[in-house]
Design a protein around this ligand. Structure first.
Ligand code: PLP
Length: 401
């Protein structure tokens, strides 16, 4: 039997491969995986044991589709420190940020509706949105975030419903949207009556410089739906994410969540709540920042040593990814395929909504050890030099004929 047409774009997204553990001889720069050595395993074990031991048995019962209220209160306090006007009522818990993206898309997108995404953008967002059959407009990402001139042009030419952005340490480029652009984006959204999804899972992972206010904090007209997650700062296996928005929108998202999975695991939410009550999350994040900053430095240095002068290498101030742009003669889909036994890579084509750019690479530096990062950069250097030599040979052959 044929599958529904809407699934055709969504079923072949390659995301599962990205999250796979590296094979024996492979070094992975592919998935946005945290360093497993940095999971607070002991503290999480103690917190989950305490959550399990609750004598009422509520931890094993159906609970609240919006998610365990004490955890929402704790998260609201964390977000308030960041200037976000969150309360327990404006937060809904989701299975990771990924489910929040799916539910928001389900709430807003009719087939053919125009949505704006950054180009390039997070591949998982493309696959969440694909199911709802939007028309994509990709707006280029510059070193200080989305190109606002291009965005205005799109908004003038088409009726846009949603703008999806990762303003802090963008996936995949690592860029941060400047304060000016944050203000411009909100003004444009207001002028053209568009909703914004602010996806912020890397926001707490800044390695140098100081954080800018969130779009949610700057927003004066309830246009921002803020999405966040414990995946990058605690552990992705928890599948704990949340969405903060106007309480009416939250109510409707919770209704959709009920249809999708009734509710998140109450046991997990209680375990995370217990962890937050008993531990210093800031101290844990400070340790992550210290460690990941060193890995970021190792990758940027490794790439600078190995890549041709024509390559563009980003130097992110936080997050998980370095973005590499190679000469257009190099096709990174081919490169990733040919070298997959020794290096796991995300070709840039996966990060463009129409998969039509072929010379970028997203390189995650958080999972591999520093030694593996160095070796991986050397392997990548060899691969790129070989690919460049091949294109010269092909060109010379073509001229000879
Ligand atoms: C920008 C962005 N949004 C959402 C997610 C999904 O995160 P979660 O594990 O919370 O579902 C990721 C994971 O890589 C991401 O990079």
């Amino acid at each position: 039997m044929d599958y529904a047409e809407r699934t055709q774009r969504a079923t072949d997204n390659g995301l599962g491969d990205l999250l796979a553990a590296p094979t024996k001889n492979q070094i992975s720069f592919a998935g946005g995986l945290p360093d497993p050595k940095l999971f607070p395993q002991q503290e999480l074990s103690v917190a989950f044991a305490a959550a399990m031991a609750n004598s009422t048995g509520d931890q094993f019962q159906y609970s609240d589709a919006q998610g365990f209220r004490p955890l929402r209160e704790q998260l609201a306090r964390l977000l308030q420190r960041d200037g976000v006007r969150a309360t327990a009522d404006t937060i809904a818990m989701t299975q990771g940020a990924q489910q929040a993206l799916d539910l928001i898309a389900r709430l807003y997108i009719n087939p053919g509706d125009t949505i704006v995404v950054e180009a390039p953008t997070y591949p998982g967002a493309i696959s969440a949105f694909d199911t709802y059959e939007p028309h994509y407009e990709g707006v280029p990402v510059q070193s200080d975030g989305m190109d606002m001139v291009a965005l205005r042009r799109v908004l003038t030419e088409r009726r846009v419903k949603l703008i999806y952005t990762v303003p802090d340490f963008q996936n995949p480029t690592g860029t941060v949207m400047s304060l000016n652009k944050r203000r411009t984006l909100l003004a444009l959204a207001r002028e053209f009556d568009v909703m914004i999804i602010e996806d912020a899972p890397y926001r707490w992972l800044r390695y140098n410089g100081i954080n800018l206010p969130t779009l949610s904090e700057l927003d004066q007209s309830d246009r921002v739906i803020f999405v966040d997650s414990m995946s990058k700062v605690l552990a992705p296996g928890l599948r704990v994410g949340w969405v903060h928005a106007d309480a009416e929108i939250i109510k409707d998202l919770v209704a959709l969540k009920t249809g999708a999975d009734l509710e998140s695991s109450t046991l997990t939410l209680r375990g995370v709540s217990q962890y937050l009550a008993d531990n210093d999350l800031d101290a844990h994040i400070a340790a992550l920042r210290h460690n990941y900053a060193q890995k970021r430095d190792a990758m940027v240095a490794g790439l600078r040593a190995e890549m041709p002068g024509t390559a563009i290498i980003s130097a992110p101030q936080g997050g998980f990814f370095v973005w590499l742009e190679l000469p257009t003669t190099i096709n990174t889909d081919v490169l990733a395929r040919e070298y997959k036994d020794e290096l796991a890579l995300v070709p840039g084509s996966m990060t463009y909504p129409l998969h039509d750019h072929h010379n970028g690479l997203r390189l995650a530096f958080t999972h591999a050890s520093i030694d593996d990062i160095k070796t991986g950069c050397q392997r990548l250097g060899r691969a790129v030099r070989q690919a460049m030599a091949n294109t010269v040979t092909i060109r010379n052959d073509a001229q000879a004929h």
